[in-house]
Design a protein around this ligand. Structure first.
Ligand code: FAD
Ligand code: NAI
Length: 475
């Protein structure tokens, strides 16, 4: 007789492991299956986010930013550095340690919450007697049964046709996080989130970086006033960004990679680089899940088809995170995981897609929540806008980091905040206040009337709120 569980979660990334913990907190007997292997073949819980995504990229962004400060900006503070050198193996080793701390943290959380962990690949084997048989193929093979199944199998990097990832010269986000020596010339295809974050890391460490972007607009989903400000800053830092580039044949050899492309003016060009990172989006992952065995439906893009509550076409089978529609973000996956666990327990949980924050962890950081000015215009919504530059913020001056602004958009009649867009220092932290405000359907006046600590970057948010009413105090 196979082991029985109330809930089986397939996938131990942010969607899956959080769903498992929440379900266990609610009193269910929970199993989580994850197949990720560390370098020694052991388990490495946390999925893409922990192993080759959010966590290692932020570790390298931090380290490379320290290096850039020491190389170029410490002297502004009267700190002279002589004999500065880069120890890349140590930097990469530190990143691996940070990843392991997070892997181990999840193992601890599973023990604490009594989630049973299986290391291996989970696949649908049968649907019978009101439950699902899930085969676990790991060091050994066994079948477990669960009344509810939550699929959280994540996503994989999309490759360019004819240029598969070898992780040596043509790199996905995986290889991009472990290049052994700083390449002299690095190419990236796609100036999206990964392109800008990984391009920044390797530029700071000394690579000459060129990014080829297919679209004519830089960061098309971002409020364009903010995107333009960010573009200016990246170009000033030395990141070469070619918009409107149509990528053609890619040839990879021992000496590097050559990328044929047609530039925005229609001219045939070739980019020769030592390494190429392809960051053109990600695809939902159902490899090895065997959805067809139980008739689990996918959509036309290969994502698991779900409704607004993450219910699939099968009773008691749910799916969350990157493997379903919606933004591919760790915190979105987590929110869906919690909501599904609570729905299984009969609660009425809700994920508000309008208030999911986005952050790009470059320097300057870019963060936003809600609608952009372009979206409001397209929807014909009457709005007021207020902006406040970090140049006029005392804390930003003290930090020596005055690039960018906070921009607040509010309804012209009710003053409800409809969107906040930030480019500048610590935008990733500043956006949290704006998310809270929007969740509580605050007006810009609410933020304008709240006391913010001085001197702090958050005063720029308050001033942007004051600017909506054209009454900034410090600009
Ligand atoms: P995943 O994290 O992909 O986890 C899925 C897990 O399921 C994996 O461990 C996989 O091995 C396992 N699995 C798959 N199939 C099976 C199977 N059949 N059986 C057993 N196990 C299986 N998001 C942010 O919010 N902030 C960031 O800063 C950020 N940075 C990123 C940086 C990079 C370079 C990348 C690539 C992504 C980044 N993301 C970031 C996105 C984020 O990583 C994803 O949105 C998030 O990991 C999705 O979580 P998930 O649980 O849906 O899937
Ligand atoms: P992306 O969707 O952010 O950007 C892909 C870019 O590639 C787009 O600008 C697109 O126009 C361009 N592109 C697509 N096909 C192209 C082609 N053939 N030639 C040239 N350009 C092309 O995808 P990315 O950067 O791969 O990241 C995937 C996802 O991972 C993100 O959308 C995000 O959900 C998540 N992520 C989140 C991070 C964060 O929250 N800070 C960090 C990194 C990734």
């Amino acid at each position: 007789m196979s082991k029985q569980f109330d809930v089986i979660v397939i996938g131990g990334g942010p969607g899956g492991y959080i769903a498992a913990i929440r379900a266990a907190q609610l009193g269910f007997n929970v199993a989580c299956i994850d197949e990720w292997k560390n370098a020694k073949g052991g388990p490495a819980l946390g999925g893409t986010c922990t192993n080759i995504g959010c966590i290692p990229s932020k570790a390298l962004l931090q380290s490379s930013e320290h290096y850039e400060h020491a190389s170029h900006h410490f002297s502004d503070h009267g700190i002279e550095v002589k004999g500065l050198s880069l120890n890349l193996p140590k930097m990469l080793g530190r990143k691996d340690t940070v990843v392991k701390q997070n892997n181990d943290g999840i193992v601890y959380l599973f023990k604490k919450n009594k989630v049973t962990f299986f290391h291996g690949r989970g696949s649908f084997a049968a649907a019978k007697d009101g439950s699902y048989d899930i085969k676990v193929a790991g060091a050994a093979e066994e079948t477990i049964a669960g009344k509810h199944v939550i699929v959280a199998t994540g996503s994989n990097a999309r490759a360019l046709p004819g240029a598969p990832f070898d992780e040596e010269t043509i790199l996905s986000n995986d290889g991009a996080l472990r290049i052994g020596a700083v390449p002299k010339k690095l190419g990236l295809i796609g100036a999206g989130v990964i392109g800008l974050e990984m391009g920044s890391v390797w530029r700071r460490l000394g690579a000459e970086v060129t990014v080829l972007e297919g679209l004519p607009t830089f960061l098309g989903a971002v409020d364009q006033q903010i995107a333009k400000e960010a573009h200016k800053a990246f170009v000033k830092q030395g990141l070469k960004i070619e918009l409107g580039a149509t990528v053609g044949e890619i040839k990879s050899g021992k000496k590097g990679v050559s990328v044929a492309y047609v530039d925005a003016k229609g001219q045939a060009m070739t980019l020769e680089v030592d390494k190429l990172i392809v960051s053109i989006g990600r695809v939902a992952n159902t490899i090895g899940l065997a959805p067809e065995v139980v008739g689990l439906k996918l959509d036309e893009r290969g994502a698991i088809l779900v409704d607004g509550e993450c219910k699939t076409n099968l009773p008691n089978v749910w799916a969350v995170g990157d493997v379903v529609r919606g933004p591919m973000l760790a915190h979105k996956a987590e929110e869906e995981g919690v909501a599904v666990a609570e729905r299984i327990a009969g609660q009425h949980s809700h994920v508000n897609f309008n208030t999911i924050p986005w952050v790009i962890y470059t320097n300057p950081e870019i963060a936003w929540v809600g609608q952009t000015e372009e979206q409001l215009k397209a929807a014909g919504r009457a709005y007021k806008a207020g902006t406040f530059p970090f140049m006029a913020n005392g804390r930003a001056r003290a930090l020596g980091d005055t690039t960018g602004m906070v921009k607040m958009l509010a309804d012209a009649v009710t003053d409800e905040i409809l969107g906040v867009h930030i480019v500048g220092p610590m935008a990733s932290e500043l956006i949290a206040e704006c998310v809270v405000a929007m969740e509580f359907r605050a007006s810009s006046e609410d933020i304008a009337r709240i006391c913010h600590a001085h001197p702090s970057l958050s005063e720029a948010t308050k001033e942007a709120a004051l600017a909506v009413d054209k009454r900034t105090l410090n600009f």
